[in-house]
Design a protein around this ligand. Structure first.
Ligand code: FES
Length: 117
């Protein structure tokens, strides 16, 4: 008889060291909820994904996500396993997140946001 014992979380093999989810949602201009897309998200996320690929940072996963639920604060991305939310506004902000957090493991405090539910 086979008995399956669930492993503790720490024992589950991880696919990535870190995983980024970036909101690509684009709503029409004037939409009451706004959107990350209308706040300039796409070029930032395109830069982020190109940079991860160009630098061969395979230990960081990148997923183009739908709405993360806090649209007016965008463009929004969230990094796991830390659960840190960032709202970069410029290409230089994206570069800093890549270098400092995704590669260096340090927080980019000036770009952190804490969404309020
Ligand atoms: S549109 Fe990006 S969080 Fe909702």
């Amino acid at each position: 008889m086979n008995v399956h014992v669930a492993p503790a979380f720490a024992d589950v093999p991880q696919v990535y060291k870190r995983h980024v989810f970036a909101c690509y949602t684009q709503r029409p201009p004037g939409h009451p909820r706004g959107s990350c897309g209308s706040q300039g998200a796409q070029p930032l996320w395109d830069r982020l994904s190109r940079k991860l690929e160009a630098e061969g940072i395979g230990e960081v996963g990148f997923t183009a996500a739908g709405c993360l639920g806090f649209c007016r604060a965008g463009p929004l991305m969230v990094v796991y396993p830390e659960g840190v939310w960032y709202a970069p506004k410029t290409p230089e902000d994206v570069d800093e997140i890549v270098e400092t957090h995704l590669k260096g493991g340090e927080l980019v405090e000036r770009l952190v946001i804490v969404p309020q539910r």
